[in-house]
Design a protein around this ligand. Structure first.
Ligand code: URP
Ligand code: ZN
Ligand code: ZN
Length: 462
């Protein structure tokens, strides 16, 4: 089986040129002009379009039992949404409860994705407790191809770890050459602030922000930096939302701490006022860390442009408004946290980043694909367009114009936080390992074709 993509403008972090790409079976085998191909070869005309490496989302939740409910997407619906939006690989967080054994959790999450996902996938292994068997179980999970951990400094009593558990996790990660991703907010401060707000009768979604102000996140990042410094572990701050937190990471990096930073499309385009909308509408914009004051958006865009922030993710965590967000109608601490955007990340990032000249095309590809592949051991199989790489390609139409709406999205969700946002571009064709999975906004791929990507340790970006 072969496929040729003709005359597209290929864009990687350091190159931009017009050429044909020839894919044999699952792999890119030739790049050049006027390529001669077999008669039976499928052809995609990419004239006037960009060809990007398949985008990678380094932080999603699909199977997620959380806050008394469970996230709405399945691997089928989420992978379709991802592909339609140009994301050909995602890395899902395995989030076991404190009672669940890591090995059982790994099997559970893997079993849910295998045979259902239409795109390739990998996992970060959540460490939510450090007990007697944790070390041996984590060693086994790493040997099976999961070369990154996840810890939560927030969510006390649920996923959150103690300082002892954090220290032991990072020490093990260091010895295994595994990178640890971390949700950085101080859990005790949140708990105290939540109790104070509720006791004052402040129960609406607009108070979520005040239970987790920037200083709570900055303290979380500072805390992680201290532990990373003491253990020498490589760490990755997930969903960083504000200037105060970024300052902590940059300072630590300048002092030699091995830290990388991720931000989200939500923090670049939405802000605190979205969670202040009346009639409980604000609940649609409740996530943690919370949406911030608008002034932070320029700081995050600058961080992406200058390389202080390495990756742009979604932290996709879908909970329906009518049946799930509503659980917190009388108490904002019970609103399931999450703002889904797996489907819209790339079109929004292109429109409000590249088209508005906040980032260039190379920075776009680097932060939405290549850097994730490098940090998490997927490069050069994923994240680039070169001979031998998987033929995960996004033929992108910069002339497309459309509007985001829950009426037309693929995500299994009754609202879209980006409802009404204009987009100026979308994937025309998306391929997964040489097979066309999307054409003009329609999923034409195969559920279950997605493959679990095993990753080796010691692949940190330099
Ligand atoms: O609000 C969020 N971020 N929900 C998903 C869980 C997490 O903290 O990543
Ligand atoms: Zn988180
Ligand atoms: Zn998350």
């Amino acid at each position: 089986m072969s496929l040729v993509i003709r005359n597209g403008e290929i864009v990687t972090p350091n190159e931009r040129y017009v050429a044909d790409i020839f894919c044999e079976d699952e792999t890119i085998t030739r790049i050049g002009t006027h390529l001669e191909v077999p008669n039976e070869c499928k052809t995609v005309d990419a004239t006037g379009k960009y060809v990007f490496p398949g985008f990678i989302d380094p932080h999603v939740h699909i199977y997620l039992p959380f806050m008394g409910t469970s996230a709405k997407d399945t691997h089928e619906t989420a992978s379709r949404a991802a592909l339609v939006g140009g994301t050909t690989t995602f890395v899902e967080m395995i989030c076991p409860s404190r009672e669940e054994k890591p090995r059982e959790a790994f099997e559970l999450w893997l079993g849910k994705a295998e045979g259902t996902s239409a795109c390739d996938f990998s996992f970060h292994m959540g460490v939510t407790r450090y007990g007697e068997s944790t070390e041996s179980e984590l060693r086994e999970i790493v040997s099976r191809g999961v070369s990154s951990f996840k810890v939560f400094l927030a969510y006390k009593g649920a996923f959150g770890v103690s300082d002892e558990e954090l220290y032991r996790t990072l020490s093990l990660a260091k010895s295994l050459g595994v990178i640890t991703t971390a949700h950085c907010e101080n859990a005790d401060l949140i708990q105290q602030l939540q109790m104070r707000l509720l006791s004052e009768g402040k129960t609406g979604p607009e108070w979520h922000y005040w239970s987790r102000p920037p200083v709570v996140e900055a303290e979380g990042v500072h805390h992680l930096m201290t532990f990373a410094r003491m253990t020498g572990a490589h760490v990755y701050v997930v969903h960083l939302s504000c200037a105060e937190a970024l300052r902590e990471a940059i300072r630590a990096a300048a002092e030699g701490v091995n830290v990388w930073v991720e931000t989200l499309i939500q923090y670049l385009l939405l802000d605190r006022t979205d969670a202040e909308k009346p009639n409980f509408e604000g609940a649609k914009a409740v996530m943690s860390p919370p949406l911030r004051d608008k002034r932070n958006q320029d700081v995050l865009w600058n961080g992406l442009r200058k390389g202080f922030i390495s990756t742009l993710a979604t932290d996709h965590a879908p909970f329906d408004f009518a049946t799930q967000k509503v659980m917190g109608r009388d108490d904002f601490t019970k609103i399931p946290n999450g703002i889904p955007s797996l489907e819209d990340r790339i079109n929004l990032y292109y429109t409000y980043g590249v088209k508005r000249a906040r980032i260039d095309l190379h920075q776009f590809v680097e932060t939405a694909s290549t850097q994730t592949a490098k940090l998490f051991g997927l490069f050069p199989r994923k994240g680039t367009i070169q001979l031998g790489s998987d033929a995960d390609l996004v033929v992108y139409d910069p002339d497309y114009r459309g509007t985001i709406s829950s009426r037309t999205h693929q995500m299994n969700l009754d609202y879209n936080s980006f409802e009404g946002f204009e987009i100026e571009g979308r994937p025309h064709v998306v391929t997964v390992r040489g097979q066309i999975a999307v054409r003009d906004g329609k999923f034409v791929g195969e559920n279950g074709r997605g493959r679990f990507l095993q990753r080796q340790p010691n692949h940190f970006a330099t």
